[in-house]
Design a protein. Structure first.
Length: 231
């Protein structure tokens, strides 16, 4: 009888071990950093607890982009033990973007949701003084007779808050460009003249690349298409 009782106790203990599971529970799965200036770092901390009855193991933390950096002090947590996942968001290059949403995925040994927990970061980035390049139209389509150059004009407007500098232009040899000013003040425009002098009959398709001092996006593209024909 005594042996039977011992066997039963051992069985119950083993059964408890087999059925024991870890579970990660976060205090909040979405955090808002509010509003930061362009280029500032937003620091957030996700707090969690192992609410299961076995050892919790953090296997991996994945972010949606290079703007978030995560680090945990350790990877194993006993039942009832609490921990933190610090997250840094680098706002550089995110001006004029409105509400921003990023996420990281925490992968653990929990059986719940296959061990995947998605954490969200949200907030706004204030626009600092920046130059913003807008072109109109940004697409040109022409019918051209070979040997007869054609010229079209587009407007380059600075919708930002500091001077926009037109640094250089990259284009196909069949095109020639001229612009009436190299520095565009806020809310003002420059006129870009584009002349095509085709070498051969057929379809001509290319991009004009305008390189400026626009923050976060130095290259602005203008799509140029022309059908070259005989007289």
């Amino acid at each position: 009888m005594k042996k039977l009782t011992q066997v039963l106790i051992i069985f119950l203990m083993l059964s408890g071990l087999i059925n024991a599971e870890s579970e990660i529970t976060f205090k909040a799965t979405t955090l808002d950093w509010g509003e930061v200036e362009n280029g500032e770092i937003a620091n957030l901390i996700f707090e969690f607890e192992n609410t299961g009855d076995s050892l919790l193991i953090i296997k991996q933390i994945k972010s949606t982009c290079g703007c978030t950096v995560t680090h945990v002090e350790k990877k194993e947590y006993k039942p009832g033990e609490k921990g933190q996942i610090p997250v840094k968001f680098n706002s550089r290059g995110y001006s004029n973007r409105g509400k921003i949403l990023k996420s990281i995925t925490v992968i653990t040994n929990s059986k719940k949701d296959n061990g995947y927990t998605r954490l969200k970061l949200t907030g706004k980035v204030k626009a600092g003084d920046t130059a913003i390049c807008k072109v109109f139209p940004d697409k040109l389509k022409l019918d051209v007779i070979i040997g007869t150059p054609q010229t079209r004009k587009i407007a380059i407007t600075n919708t930002g808050t500091k001077d926009l500098k037109l640094l250089d232009f990259t284009h196909n040899p069949e095109l020639s460009l001229s612009v009436n000013k190299a520095v565009i003040k806020p809310k003002e425009s420059a006129e870009l003249s584009i002349t095509i002098n085709p070498f051969q009959i057929g379809n001509h398709s290319s991009f004009i690349k305008i390189r400026t001092n626009q923050y976060g996006r130095a290259i602005t593209l203008v799509k140029f298409r022309a059908f070259i024909k005989n007289k």
